[in-house]
Design a protein around this ligand. Sequence first.
Ligand SMILES: Cc1cc2nc3c(=O)[nH]c(=O)nc-3n(C[C@H](O)[C@H](O)[C@H](O)COP(=O)(O)OP(=O)(O)OC[C@H]3O[C@@H](n4cnc5c(N)ncnc54)[C@H](O)[C@@H]3O)c2cc1C
Length: 502
Amino acid sequence: MKTVCIMGGGLGGLMTGALLAKEGYRVTVLEKNHIIGGGLQSFRRGEYLFDTGMHVFGGMGANGQIRRICRYLGIEDSLDIEPRCDTLMDADTGERITLPFGREAWTKKWSRSFSSKLHVDGIEDTIKGYLDRMYDITQQEPLFHMRPTPEDYVLPDTSTTAKELIDGLTDIPLLKAALSYLVVFYGGHADSPALLHSLISCAHIDGTYTFRNGSLAFAKLLAGVIEAAGGEVRNGEAVTAVDTAGRRVTAVHTEAGTYTADHYVSDMPIARLLDMVPEKAFSPAFRSRIGSAPYTMSAMTIFIGLKPRTLSYNREAYFSGHTDADMWRMEECAEERWPNIVFALPCEDKENPGYASTITAVCPMSYDAVERWANSRTGHRPDEYYRWKERMVQQAMPLIEPIGFEVPLKEAIAFIDAGSPLTIRDYYGTPRGAMYGIHRSSLNPMQSSLSPHTRLGNLYLTGQDVNFHGMVGTSLTAILTAEAIAGHNVIVNKINDTIWKQ
Ligand SMILES: Cc1cc2nc3c(=O)[nH]c(=O)nc-3n(C[C@H](O)[C@H](O)[C@H](O)COP(=O)(O)OP(=O)(O)OC[C@H]3O[C@@H](n4cnc5c(N)ncnc54)[C@H](O)[C@@H]3O)c2cc1C
């Protein structure tokens, strides 16, 4: 039986491991944290359950990519998920709009709302044209549509930016701002590719979901696939060094021991991997490419526990922002007027169905805001940092409070906790606490997509730094990585076979 050692037990590592386990490989996953999952980690505070880095995701509709993968892995029936809808709130005017999912319903609701507000003809055509264009752009990524990658596959054209795509549709600033709200799911800047915007937006508009019993449950399902095939997932085992000889990895070290395998996969941030391999293992050009890569925005996450039966639960996911917020620089603003925008997700109280038990609010923030405490560690930060964090939480609350329109949110809150960009940096090991790994830019396509293959014949890359991030992006990259080992299109063809047999 061929063996694979995977460094990092986040979504990328676990999904790659599960796919390879299905292919008959014996997989060992080494995860530095005591809880597996990386961004899939959940934590409990008393009775309250919070997700840390996987709040909503696409790909779970009847024919969605993640649902198909789960069916192939045999874990579809164990998924405990529910659909969500988006509610956009203007924090200054109090206006709100709730968008249903599905291409047609989404278009109709936007059109009705804008037609009555702006009294301009042709809004429905503009929005429809926007969706058609985005769905067209996604055709460049065969795997997004679960199509095998042709031998003569040409890398997608990423020269058009998302901002150009939206600016080209309309001159109406309000419509442009509204159509760009999903930028929050990739931390877009003016140079972000239209391809990235289209993949994220289409996956979301086709239907977005949340885990009812915490995202960690999904990590455990993937770990279960690995273990059922004779593999193991070892938490609390940080990789400290990777040995190489010639163009091959020969061993991986943790403080607890040494691991050898036929193949090695890294799900760690690529910058972290480069710190662990001998200098000569990678070319100076590759090191400089990764060393100079820009990172996506970070965030402050606010975890709110609610008193029982105070706030009703309606499956809405809230985007709350200031009218004048620049969506292409949403994390950048003067500290005293932070945040520009907040994504807030209430979750249902299992004991009291119909009521929310928690709200998790992800507030885009630049890592620059915490750089002054960069040398501190979790649990050992200076008092000044905690005072600053408390101030930032209070500043964000006016954007979260409108969620409690039927009851003043302040009266419903049992406790508030928060994590800063330093928390993300230290838990996941991501440089600059980047939410979505390396920033993709139309100006620098070379940095925007890496191959799962490396110059070391038995070392492969997976995870959000390689290609795309999030539930859909990281999982599709996992297929590419697993196929780099198991064979071109081997897995995608089997996933499609599973569908046809239904
Ligand atoms: C606050 C926040 C909210 C988000 N919300 C969403 C969302 O709602 N929907 C969505 O689709 N995406 C969301 N994302 C993005 C999503 O979490 C990531 O794209 C995804 O989890 C990336 O998976 P990964 O495996 O590439 O990385 P990770 O999940 O970071 O996994 C990497 C793993 O490597 C481990 N590791 C690092 N160094 C070592 C070492 N030396 N030895 C062993 N292990 C090591 C880490 O501990 C980690 O477990 C969010 C991210 C953040 C930060």
